[in-house]
Write a protein that binds this ligand. Structure first.
Ligand SMILES: [Zn+2]
Length: 241
């Protein structure tokens, strides 16, 4: 097998490699409707978490204030009981003062607690609404995820079939040439072999577009050895079999 012929075959291998690259890229591309539905789901999850945090905070405050209210109410009942058993008018007045004082505190606390109950109710309503929205979104998200998985799997089957073809092609080429090409391809955006193109003054590398020195172009035309672009390092090929 002459070098020129091997480079034409290497070019066919590269075309196959680029097809494989495109399949991988396509697999990574998430469809717009799935992307937006994932985003919607994430924002609902975040919203729910935020609301639940707020709700827990208000519920905690409510419980503490409610305990205090129960404590004050118990003290007031006890004072009323003592007032009944008071033996003097002076004692009665003392208990009356305590009862009034406690009544003031109870009323203040009730003013704090009532809005909390309203807030709890409002937050519970919002939590329920977000959960409903999630329940509505979930089937659509699952459906889109499943469709996307099927799409990715289909591409994977195509990839594997092409990869088998590619491996057969690679086996027929000189192995050191394939190795060299693969190393360059990895470092150079997937392109290891570049066509040499005719320019107004001499030749250029078809990949990096640099002007090639005449002796380099001549060696490429001779086709006896592998010649690499002095600028990008890719293997140069005349472009003809
Ligand atoms: Zn180049």
């Amino acid at each position: 097998m002459s070098e020129a012929l091997a480079l034409a075959d290497l070019n066919r291998l590269q075309e196959k490699d680029l097809e494989l690259d495109r399949i991988r890229e396509e697999q990574e591309q998430v469809p717009d409707d799935l992307r937006s539905t994932r985003k919607e789901w994430k924002s609902l999850e975040d919203k729910l978490a935020g609301l639940q945090d707020q709700l827990h905070e208000v519920q905690h405050d409510y419980r503490q204030n409610d305990l205090e209210l129960k404590d004050l109410t118990a003290k007031q009942s006890k004072a009323k009981e003592s007032q009944k058993n008071a033996t003097s008018a002076k004692e009665q007045t003392q208990f009356e003062n305590i009862i009034q004082q406690l009544a003031g505190l109870i009323s203040e606390l009730e003013d704090v607690i009532l809005p909390m109950l309203g807030e709890i109710e409002r937050l519970e309503g919002e939590v329920a609404a977000v959960k409903e929205a999630m329940a509505r979104t979930r089937p659509r998200l699952d459906e889109l995820e499943a469709a996307n998985q099927a799409r990715v799997d289909g591409l994977e089957a195509a990839y594997q079939a092409k990869w088998t073809e590619r491996s057969r092609m690679a086996e027929l080429l000189p192995q050191d040439l394939v190795q060299e090409y693969q190393t360059i391809r990895k470092a150079r955006k997937g392109v290891g072999l570049a066509r040499m193109v005719l320019a107004s003054a001499g030749h250029r590398c078809g990949a990096c577009n640099v002007q090639l020195p005449t002796h380099v172009a001549q060696r490429v035309h001779q086709g006896n050895v592998v010649v690499r672009c002095p600028s990008c390092g890719r293997i140069l090929w005349t472009g003809s079999a």
